[in-house]
Design a protein around this ligand. Structure first.
Ligand code: ARG
Length: 458
């Protein structure tokens, strides 16, 4: 017979090693070790206070758990796969330490509410960390935007030059995206901040437990109000994975832009050497690997979301072992996004913006065509007609090989007597940006206002 299991009473034969390995989660759920101890400390304190166990017994168990915590922090705990998961490993280590009184810890508790409690505690910490890291990233974007309010760049649609914009405006768009991400993670907290402890296996318990007390001791807002829901709910993780997926999508979009911007074709930014890598064969290469990796890692985060959604689909209430598959994707996602946010912030903070080159790229294009159409429209020509006139002129310029700002004034006069000398000023990129002063537009005043708003929100 294999090693004696904590649940071994009704069994005559043990699991074969390879079957045991298939069922075990200790390889990964040991990441929750300190939360498992925290939950056990709250539980045993409550067992003592309510008189469910003797208070001297509770004290012995507490002292044992505290020692285990110290040993865990010192990297001294050794876990064993035959104890399946973190919960049974801890109980077995506690038994080694304090003897059979350790067996009283599991009174009025099941691994089902225990594992859910651990995950809530783990995720609450991660949510705070993510929100904090996002605040740093948002700050970096605001600072960079402030330095680039007056930096002109081509605004794109369909990756074609569309209208000139302020680079600060472009950056503030991402600031807004990351602010919404942060708000989503903050809202996520509402559903992570519930205590499942005391739901026991599924139906509650006959012992006179105090769920409010354990919930308060662990710092939760309140206990779950339905025991079946408490042990079956993984919505808080799904929300995290879905919020993380949206965040990764945003990070992937800005990384894609950075990858474009530092290419030979754009040359809008130069990445710092500290965030770039070389090629093993091409000596000239300086690659935006970190941006590409963030873009690539969005795949695994989406995968984790789809993975858990699929695990949860069709699961009957309450606990099923399928739920053990909820952890690795959560850990992986938390670890992936926390480092990716820092890398992105570092990359943005250290990159050089080639302001002149960016601005120049709006000089040799037709991104001021809307200016000419608006100019005519503002003098009374119906916009549709103005659009047609300008479109024809763009075609004429394209054939002749010059731009709207190069068209001689005599030609402009032939086109329309509404056009005066001030047209050349109107066609300048800076004027085009400055005049887009509508609320939330790229006009410098609007960008300064956005930055001010953002600064006040921290
Ligand atoms: N390792 C298990 C998990 O992660 C803990 C809960 C096990 N409960 C049970 N009844 N088998 O889901």
């Amino acid at each position: 017979m294999a090693d004696k299991k904590l649940w071994g009473g009704r069994f005559e034969a043990g699991l074969e090693k390879w079957v045991e390995e298939f069922g075990a989660s200790i390889a990964f759920d040991q990441k929750m070790a300190k939360y498992d101890i925290q939950g056990s400390l709250a539980h045993v304190t409550m067992l003592g206070k309510t008189g469910i166990i003797e208070s001297a017994e509770a004290d012995t168990i507490k002292a044992g758990l505290e020692e285990l915590l110290k040993e865990y922090e010192a990297g001294q705990l050794v876990f064993d796969i035959s104890n399946e998961d973190i919960h049974m490993n801890m109980e077995s280590l506690l038994t080694e330490k304090i003897g059979s009184v350790a067996g009283k810890l599991h009174t009025a508790r099941s691994r089902n509410d225990q594992v859910a409690t651990d995950m809530h505690l783990y995720l609450k910490d991660k949510l705070l960390e993510v929100v904090e890291k996002l605040a740093n990233l948002r700050q970096v974007l605001v600072d960079l935007a402030e330095e680039n309010v007056y930096t002109i760049m081509p605004g794109y649609t369909h990756l074609q030059h569309a209208q000139p914009i302020s680079f600060g405006h472009h950056l503030m768009a991402y600031y807004n995206m990351f602010t919404r991400d942060s708000e989503r993670f903050e809202f996520n907290m509402k559903h992570a901040d519930l205590s499942p402890l005391g739901a026991a296996a599924l139906a509650g318990t006959t012992f006179p437990i105090d769920r409010q007390l354990t919930s308060d001791m662990m710092g939760f807002a309140k206990p779950y109000s339905n025991s079946l829901d408490a042990v079956s709910d993984r919505d808080f993780i799904l929300e995290f994975l879905s919020n993380a997926s949206i965040l990764m999508m945003h990070m992937s979009r800005i990384c894609e832009e950075i990858i474009n911007w530092c290419s030979n074709e754009f040359q809008f930014v130069t990445l710092s050497d500290t965030f770039s890598t070389g090629s093993s064969i091409m000596p000239q290469k300086k690659n935006p690997d970190m941006a590409e990796l963030i873009r690539g890692k969005s795949g695994r985060v989406y995968g984790n979301l789809i993975g858990l959604l699929t695990v949860m689909k069709s699961l009957p209430l309450a606990y099923n072992k399928d739920l053990q598959e909820d952890k690795e994707g959560m850990f992986d996602t938390a670890e992936t996004i926390t480092v990716a946010i820092d890398i992105l912030a570092g990359m943005l903070k250290t990159m050089t913006v080639n302001q002149e080159h960016m601005a120049e790229s709006t000089e040799k294009d037709f991104s001021n065509a809307t200016e000419l159409a608006d100019y005519l429209a503002s003098k009374g020509l119906p916009f549709r007609e103005a659009h047609e006139v300008v479109g024809k002129l763009v075609l004429e310029c394209t054939k002749a090989g010059y731009y709207l700002q190069d068209v001689p004034f005599s030609r402009y006069q032939e086109i329309s007597d509404l056009i005066e000398e001030d047209i050349y000023l109107a066609l300048q990129s800076k004027t085009a940006v400055e005049r887009r002063d509508s609320l939330g537009g790229t006009g410098f005043k609007q960008v300064l206002w956005q930055i001010e708003e953002a600064k006040n929100s921290f």
